[in-house]
Design a protein around this ligand. Structure first.
Ligand code: FMN
Length: 398
């Protein structure tokens, strides 16, 4: 497949287009690893894969581990429905991602990186191998990065097999080890015991891509964008009922309403922020902001038009979770199937108060007792649709 043909529409100017990946890499080579981690921490960069964990802190924990070898893993699984920004980054800005991984390696003391590529992005493989080969040839990867014998770093690409759970970092690590994609217990965290039981940093594609920009332009350049709790800007994958679906960059703190105006989705009835595992925001709340402290998102924005049947949306997402649950823990394995069946029923028969109470209780159990983020977040869309659109259900028979 021609890599550029699926690139998609880019609706705003992207900071990545102005960055020079290897200026950041060169600067990092001249820095002491502790100073490098301090710089990333000072920028306030938080992970772009969804949870928003502070990147500098993750690297600091990994650096503090004495066991080696250590690993740097780039999570390019991009399985959240409605997310396609990592695809664009890998297509247009792979050098930034690979430079970011090398900088992470220098910061934590890792010599080996692995890019875990979503199975459905196999067509990007040859392009990415080409970028890696060029970087090796240019002395930007290998036994002596930039000629420095104390800076060895190389990257291997491994392909996933198409399971949503394998985007969860510990299931991803299991999958890399050749096992079933199932989440591990946390504690130990991957920074302590990750790939092959060794200290491992897992970051999202976009997180790595921001790293050389931060090193090149400085922590203040980055933190001047966004909000105090969510510094910087991020990419959004916008799809659904709007005129200009595509990739957009906005600083954190941007009101959802502004994004909708710019993508031509002003008449939206609701917006799903954060993909299937995110929340459904009704029009009355479009002044809310896109930031970790308000509407947190891994970057997926799905716009629903005025005619959209919202319980069809809930049914679709719950079906997705019932299919994608790895089946390891009972709240997720049973809960998603039960919620899916209940949504099918309520679309026909309405929802009485007792059934609603028991479904809310089931959802709360899934959120509290599922082993990983898949089951914990799976009821979010259903609950926010129930909270805001229950009036669309038929009246229950008495
Ligand atoms: C079910 C599930 C799927 C996930 N899928 C992805 C994914 O496709 N890409 C990603 O970067 N993070 C994904 N995550 C989050 C990762 O577990 C992890 O938090 C992230 O890769 C860490 O990188 P960051 O700190 O740069 O965000 C997923 C989490 C869960 C629970």
């Amino acid at each position: 497949m021609d890599v550029q043909s699926v690139r998609g529409f880019v609706g705003t100017k992207l900071s990545f287009a102005d960055a020079s990946p290897d200026v950041g890499l060169r600067k990092s080579e001249a820095m002491d690893p502790e100073a490098l981690i301090h710089l990333v921490s000072a920028s306030g960069l938080r992970g772009r894969g969804g949870a928003g964990f502070p990147t500098g802190m993750k690297w600091k924990f990994a650096r503090a581990e004495v066991r080696s070898p250590k690993y740097i893993i780039c999570n390019a699984d991009e399985g959240e429905p409605g997310t396609f920004k990592d695809r664009l980054i890998l297509t247009d800005f792979a050098d930034l991602v690979f430079a970011g991984m090398a900088i992470a390696g220098r910061a934590v003391g890792a010599e080996k990186g692995i890019l875990y590529l979503r199975g459905e992005y196999e067509w990007l493989h040859a392009h990415l191998e080409g970028v890696l080969a060029r970087r090796r040839n240019d002395g930007l990867l290998g036994a002596a990065v930039l000629g420095n014998r104390n800076f060895a770093f190389d990257i291997e690409i491994r392909i996933g097999a198409g399971a949503y759970i394998c985007g969860e970092e510990t299931a991803l690590i299991e999958s890399l080890e050749g096992k079933r994609g199932e989440a591990r217990n946390r504690v130990p965290f991957p920074v302590q015991s990750g790939y092959l039981g060794l200290p491992t940093v897992v970051n999202n594609v976009e997180t790595f891509a921001w790293v050389p920009c931060v090193v090149e332009k400085g922590a203040e350049w980055f933190s001047a964008m966004g909000t105090r709790k969510s510094p910087g800007a991020r990419l959004f994958s916008v799809s659904g009922a709007c005129d200009k679906a595509g990739i957009y960059e906005y600083p954190f703190g941007t009101p959802l309403r502004r994004l909708l105006k710019e993508v031509g989705g002003e008449d939206a009835k609701a917006v799903q922020v954060g993909g299937a595992s995110g929340v459904c925001v009704p029009a009355a709340q479009f002044d809310r902001t896109l930031a970790f402290e308000d509407l947190a998102t891994g970057g997926s924005i799905i716009v629903f038009g005025p005619q959209q049947d919202m319980f069809a949306v809930a049914e679709n997402f719950q079906h997705f979770f019932a299919e994608e649950s790895c089946g390891q823990c009972a709240p997720c394995r049973f809960g998603n199937v039960r919620l899916h069946e209940a949504i099918l029923r309520m679309r026909e028969e309405g929802l009485d108060a007792d059934t609603e109470a028991s479904l809310r209780s089931l959802a709360a159990t899934m959120q509290a007792a599922s082993k990983c983020g898949l089951g914990q977040s799976a009821p979010n869309a259903f609950l926010s649709i129930l909270d805001n659109f229950a009036g669309e259900l038929p009246r229950p028979r008495t």
